[in-house]
Ligand binder design. Structure first.
Ligand SMILES: [Zn+2]
Length: 139
């Protein structure tokens, strides 16, 4: 029997409330549409297409990052990135453990992970950063 090594990756996305997708003019909110009815060559990644970045998505992402940064500060924002990924991974593992299907791709909202990480960083961020620096960074 061949030996296998489990490699688990976590890719997180956030859906901003823009009218169009981030790299093309297709509408962003197509949850009620038929599958593959709201796509274009850019969405499908066909060779030779030229994606155009949606400025509204950039503006809203920058606004979200600036608001969180203004409230928490630079170090706690970095902590939020790490914590939100860890919380998202924990939620994903729980969902996978209790899910009947073995689908490879799942849509798990990342917003709650981000919000919970921001709350944890807001209340206990200094202590977590101090603990990390003392035990893992040698400071
Ligand atoms: Zn498209």
């Amino acid at each position: 029997m061949p030996e296998y090594e489990a490699v688990i990756g976590l890719e997180t996305h956030i859906q901003l409330n823009t009218a169009s997708k981030i790299f093309c003019a297709c509408k962003a909110d197509s949850w009620d549409d038929a599958p593959n009815s709201n796509i274009c060559p850019v969405c499908t990644g066909l060779p030779g297409v030229l994606p155009v970045l949606n400025q509204a998505a950039v503006d809203k992402a920058a606004l979200l990052a600036a608001a969180m940064g203004a409230f928490l500060g630079v170090w706690k924002i970095l902590l939020v990135f790490v914590l939100s990924a860890a919380i998202g991974l924990a939620i994903s593992l729980v969902v996978m453990a209790f899910s009947a299907s073995l689908r490879k791709h799942r849509i798990i909202p990342f917003g709650p992970s981000l919000a919970l990480a921001a709350v944890v960083a807001g209340f206990w961020g200094q202590e977590i950063i101090r603990f990390y620096l003392a035990h893992f960074a040698g400071r």
